[in-house]
Design a protein around this ligand. Structure first.
Ligand SMILES: Nc1ncnc2c1ncn2[C@@H]1O[C@H](COP(=O)(O)OP(=O)(O)O)[C@@H](O)[C@H]1O
Ligand SMILES: [Mg+2]
Length: 465
């Protein structure tokens, strides 16, 4: 009797995917009587029995519906029990199924061989009813126990894996949070420092505006009066000439006085003196204008800005720092200004940038004279160039010094908040960080640095037109 899967009773038709929820025992024997006896005995115990009458169909069935236990006859037509066992054990999918051989009582060789092939036990024919049931029960228990143990191990491994993943994701979250907190702390520091700097700038702006305004009126008065004084002096000179013409031989009291005051020199020098006073007063007027232009900074909204005006007033404010001192000659400013269009920008913050960069250039030149390699006669130069870069639609400002230069490793850090190489009290390390923010974030421009240690540094400010 061959039992193909199609012929199995409905409850035995379990698909391969389904887990063996009930206990199913596969009986393999070519003898229908044996099958019947065994099957009846096992079913009485509530177990489901599947049957096969030869080795090959047994293997087929096992693949189709894996049982919990196999009772396998040794002597069968086709492949015998041993070969069937060997093939089942060779396939990893079926290797774990417990197999009990059914063998003749006297056949010791078969028993040993069966156990060697991986069978868990043997039962002898003719069957002892109770013994068969006891052995089957024992091995089913063992099988179930090992199954559930396996399952537990798998579950535990799964749990361990999940725990590990959880720990990892927790660690990642902690790291991300730490990073966020650090970032906010940095942002806070930046904001604070910027507030301080912009506060200083606004105080400076107010001071400068105040000074500019205060000197404007008196200097306007001086300038206007010099004009009048010049014209009065001209009149007086005319009068003197007239006297000399009409009275070519004055009284000795007068001629003595003329000699005493060296009238000839006075007449020659006074116009020069007035001229120089005039030019100085014009200069002060320019300064006052520059001061007022520097501080005319409305940061709330961008407006049309003349870059050159900003640059010039910045230089004006820093002029006192350019003067010669005991270490070096006066620093020269070389301006090469191109034709720039007005741009829509924030003039106050831009002046702050110019101020930071030019002040750094002066610092770098000053510092270079501390080095023994620097020739004290050599002049410190700050070259300022402006041009329009049509291809990029940008205004380009270059501020170049022949100071210390910046080493490569430091170049990577100069825009960092609070990075300074200057002594405490002199450097804040904010100038470039703030300048970068003003140029790049506020104006959508670029702030670039080119430097060679020992020969100097160039900062380029590029602003979109
Ligand atoms: N023109 C320059 N030449 C050489 N080094 C410079 C120049 N400009 C900036 N640096 C370097 O960059 C650093 C940061 O500059 P900055 O942000 O303005 O801060 P601070 O001037 O307060 O140090 C300076 O300490 C200096 O080391
Ligand atoms: Mg600085």
């Amino acid at each position: 009797m061959i039992t193909s899967p199609q012929m199995l009773p409905r409850e035995m038709m379990l698909s391969r995917q389904e887990a063996p929820v009930e206990t199913r025992i596969l009986l393999v024997d070519d003898n229908p009587t044996n099958l019947k006896v065994l099957s009846d005995a096992l079913r009485d115990q509530g177990w489901i029995t599947l049957v096969a009458t030869d080795g090959e169909s047994a293997i087929e069935q096992v693949e189709y519906a894996p049982p919990s236990l196999i009772l396998l006859d040794v002597m069968m037509p086709g492949i015998d029990g041993f070969e069937t066992c060997r093939r089942l054990k060779a396939d990893p999918k079926t290797a774990g199924l417990p197999i009990i051989f059914m063998t003749a009582l006297s056949d010791t060789v078969d028993k040993v061989k069966g156990l060697e092939l991986g069978a868990v036990d043997y039962i002898t024919k003719p069957f002892q009813h109770e013994e068969v049931l006891a052995r089957v029960r024992l091995h089913l228990n063992l099988f179930n126990m090992s199954r559930s143990l396996e399952q537990k191990v798998i579950e535990q491994a799964q749990t361990a894996l999940e725990l590990q993943q959880l720990a990892q994701s927790l660690e990642e979250r902690v790291q991300a949070r730490t990073h966020e907190v650090e970032q906010s702390l940095n942002d806070l520091k930046t904001a604070q420092l910027q507030l301080i700097q912009s506060e200083k700038m606004s105080v400076l702006g107010q001071l400068v505006a105040g000074v500019g305004h205060e000197i404007n009126n008196p200097i306007g008065c001086i300038d206007g009066n010099i004009r009048h004084a010049t014209s009065y002096v001209q009149d007086l000179f005319g009068l003197i000439n007239l006297y000399q013409e009409v009275y070519p031989a004055p009284a000795s009291k007068i001629s003595d006085y003329i000699e005493e005051i060296d009238l000839e020199y006075l007449l020659e020098d006074l116009p020069k003196l007035l001229k120089s006073m005039k030019s100085s007063s014009s200069r002060i007027q320019e300064i006052s204008l520059s001061l007022r232009s520097f501080s005319r900074s409305d940061d709330r909204a961008p407006s049309e800005v003349n870059i050159h005006e900003g640059l010039e007033s910045t230089i004006m404010i820093l002029k006192h720092r350019l003067k010669a001192n005991e270490l070096r000659p006066e620093i020269q400013i070389k301006m090469e200004l191109g034709q720039l269009p007005m741009i829509n920008a924030y003039s106050g913050p831009l002046n702050q940038v110019f101020m930071n960069i030019v002040a750094n250039a002066i610092d770098a030149i000053d510092e270079s004279y501390q080095h023994p390699s620097r020739n004290p006669e050599q002049v410190g130069i700050i070259a300022i160039e402006t041009s329009v870069d049509r291809s990029n639609q940008e205004i380009c400002l270059s501020i170049k010094d022949n100071g210390t230069g910046i080493s490569e490793e430091i170049q990577g850090r100069i825009f960092e908040q609070s990075f300074t190489t200057k002594p405490i009290g002199q450097g804040t390390g904010l100038g470039l960080a703030i300048s970068q923010q003003i140029i790049e974030e506020k104006h959508g421009g670029r702030l670039l640095c080119n430097s060679t240690i020992g020969s100097g540094t160039e900062f380029q400010i590029r602003l979109p037109i």
